[in-house]
Design a protein around this ligand. Structure first.
Ligand code: PLP
Length: 392
């Protein structure tokens, strides 16, 4: 059968590279197999001599996982994609596959909790020098990248306070220092931000978030060029953070609706952000799509939408923040994000609990900061839920 023809990236998310079996199923089959069989010993010998020839073991390659990788690579405009068992496996592999003892890594303080653990605690244990800076201060980027560096890791918008970092500006500084720039693009999603087109070398996702989008499976992906793929592929193959074919299949189903879901949740998030911004019990709203975001201009050039996440500070104390959360009836308390269900978390006592007071202040996190992941409910219902809880 000939491949369907289309120009749009969204069409590719739905039709790209389906490995149809002899049954000619419409929906992708899931190749839930760890191994593959050979007709004879000679075929097995050939398969091991020339690995790209066919599938030999699902830790190396699997048809369902490869379909997911191909669709994501095409959508992001990357030469290569490597799926992993979680977002953290994607972040860790993209760093460890290229780092050696004596190397130097630069990253902002404002990182997803486990990413900060890797950079701040784990990498130094392997003799890797790590430099943490304020990612919104370009003087600090210039100073940190005035010395030879192997890798730069950043996320934008940041978790949980939704600060933005100028990817193109940091990419130039990183390249001048000899470093590869890795961008964790989870908060922006591939729908709203294309770091590779802004000069990043590697993009990582927690596919657990918007790519699955319905809170079911853990997964991750690293997008990169051929040169880095050659470095990453043996690392993944031999250390084994392989994505389950079942999870890959679930995420393939997620990709079919990725754009629709992200656009709908972003439109809802803008409505909710406007409501919060006008409420007298809210001290501050941080949403890149609102004109009062300190980097709204950068959001407009770097992103095509304002994110599905909102950070806001309540007036009052931690007890007021807890009372507000406990009064919500539709929005659920959960530290996950990118789900069809709207989820709220109090970062200072959950995801960012390990940070010291100074470290929390440095990323703009207070005892009343809340992070809201807007889902796919009617925005009016979310606003009604928030309004009721704010009146308690
Ligand atoms: C969730 C998340 C991760 C980690 O992904 P897992 O799939 O939970 O391992 C990394 N970075 C960001 C920004 C995230 O939101």
């Amino acid at each position: 059968m000939t491949e369907p023809s289309y120009k749009g990236k969204r069409s590719h998310l739905i039709h790209g590279g389906i490995p149809r079996s002899t049954h000619m199923e419409t929906s992708e089959a899931v190749y839930l197999t760890s191994g593959y069989v050979y007709a004879n010993a000679e075929e097995a010998e050939r398969a091991f001599a020339e690995e790209r020839l066919r599938y030999v073991y699902s830790r190396y390659r699997n048809p369902t996982v490869e379909t997911l990788e191909q669709r994501l690579a095409h959508y992001e405009g990357a030469a290569c994609a490597h799926a992993t068992a979680s977002g953290m496996a994607a972040v860790f592999s993209s760093l460890m596959a290229q780092l050696q003892c004596g190397d130097r890594v630069v990253a902002p303080y404002a990182l997803f909790g486990s990413c900060l653990f890797i950079v701040q605690t784990l990498l130094p244990q392997y003799g890797i020098e790590t430099v943490l800076i304020d990612g919104t201060d370009y003087a600090q980027w210039r100073a940190a990248l005035s010395r030879p560096t192997r890798a730069v890791l950043l996320e934008t918008p940041t978790n949980p306070c939704l600060d933005l970092i100028d990817i193109a500006a940091v990419a130039d500084l990183a390249h001048a220092a000899g470093a590869r720039l890795i961008v964790d693009n989870v908060f922006a999603t591939p729908v709203h931000q294309r770091p590779l087109s802004l000069g990043a070398d590697i993009v990582v996702y927690s596919a657990t978030k918007h790519i699955d989008g319905q809170g079911r499976c853990l997964g991750g992906v690293v997008l990169c060029d051929h040169a880095f793929s050659e470095i990453l592929q043996p690392f993944l193959k031999h250390t084994g953070p392989a994505l389950s074919p079942f999870n890959a299949w679930t995420m393939l189903k997620g990709l079919e609706t990725l754009e629709l879901r992200v656009h709908a949740a972003t439109a809802g998030a803008l409505d909710v952000a406007r409501f919060l911004n006008s409420h007298e019990r809210i001290a501050q709203v941080r949403y890149p799509g609102l004109p009062n975001h300190p980097q709204h201009a950068l959001a407009q050039t770097q992103m095509t939408g304002g994110s599905t996440l909102i950070a806001f500070d309540l007036l009052g104390t931690k007890a007021d923040a807890f009372r507000f959360m406990n009064a919500l009836r539709l929005i659920l308390i959960s530290n996950n994000l990118g789900d069809a269900k709207s989820l709220i978390t109090h970062p200072a006592t959950t995801t960012h609990r390990r940070l010291s007071d100074t470290e929390r202040a440095r990323v703009g996190l207070s005892s009343t900061t809340l992070r809201l992941s807007v889902g796919l409910e009617e925005p009016a219902d979310l606003i009604a839920d928030l309004a009721t809880a704010l009146s308690v």
